[in-house]
Write a protein that binds this ligand. Structure first.
Ligand SMILES: N[C@H](CCC[C@H](N)C(=O)O)C(=O)O
Length: 259
């Protein structure tokens, strides 16, 4: 069947976006992986279906580039809100449902601000921290991050036995670059490569930098694909509420593909 698709990106984290309000997209792991392949398909870090939901403005269904259904995707959430706004499904405010629960978001021409799930604690390891921000994230601080080998070092942690047993993790490397500013690079599970930006990873990095280095909300985060901002309320003991991930998200192109 012929499927009309859109391509969206948020700080260089890019997604094949499909209006599936009819619920007819044939979900299949290999098909989704092929659509996300940059040589044999459209290309994307993930594929997102915008679906109807009886209780919310819409449902966001996110798949990683390998075709597996992922956990929450922050940039994908921001891109889906832009898509819903472009389609006229929502106005400038929305409430939608994703794999990790309910989200609110607001839209301006330049930015999408997405409310993230509350965070319920930090796990400390000798060489890094771990936090779940809707997706699992290791955060390690590294000097000279621009020259760091994110792929090899991220791969080594991602495929370490303990993490594989826990279902895998994304791996973020962060460097403080200002009073309340970070540079973050991420090895993404399910893409199995460094991406230009990872919204849930940026969120985890900002919260961990607040706990470990004292950075204050809003934390400004530079990634390979642009700039994001994370604001939050610290509720003590590694718990956080009112977490907002803010930054640009836009349509890049559209087309049709045989699936
Ligand atoms: N890029 C996404 C994260 C996707 C998470 C996924 N890679 C996983 O945990 O399996 C983001 O912007 O939050």
């Amino acid at each position: 069947m012929q499927v009309h698709f859109f391509k969206y990106q948020g700080t260089g984290n890019d997604f094949v976006m499909i209006d599936d309000r009819a619920g007819t997209f044939p979900i299949d792991k290999e098909r989704i992986a092929r659509l996300c392949d940059r040589r044999f398909g459209i290309g994307g870090d993930g594929l997102i279906l915008l679906q109807n939901d009886p209780d919310y403005d819409f449902r966001m269904k996110y798949f990683n580039a390998d075709g597996g259904e992922g956990s929450m995707c922050g940039n994908g959430g921001r891109a889906t809100v832009r898509f819903a706004h472009d389609l006229g499904v929502i106005g400038d405010e929305t409430r939608f449902i994703a794999v990790d629960g309910e989200h609110e978001a607001s839209v301006t021409p330049e930015r999408i601000s997405l409310k993230m799930s509350n965070v319920n604690g930090l796990e400390e390891f000798p060489e890094y921290q771990f936090m779940n921000t809707g997706s699992p994230h290791v955060v390690a601080f590294k000097p000279n991050l621009a020259d760091f080998n994110v792929y090899d070092e991220g791969y080594a942690i991602r495929y370490a036995n303990d993490w594989v047993a826990r279902g895998g993790t994304n791996v973020n490397f962060a460097e403080q670059i200002g009073d309340d500013a970070l540079f973050v690079r991420t090895y993404e599970r399910g893409v199995e490569d460094e991406t230009y930006s990872c919204g849930t990873g940026v969120t985890a990095s900002a919260l961990v930098s607040h706990l470990k280095l004292g950075l204050q909300s809003p934390v400004k985060v530079k990634v390979l694909g642009g700039n994001l901002e994370v604001s939050f309320s610290d509720k003590g003991n590694g718990t956080f509420e009112d977490i907002y991930l803010t930054g640009p998200a836009e349509r890049v192109f559209e087309g049709s593909v045989e699936v």
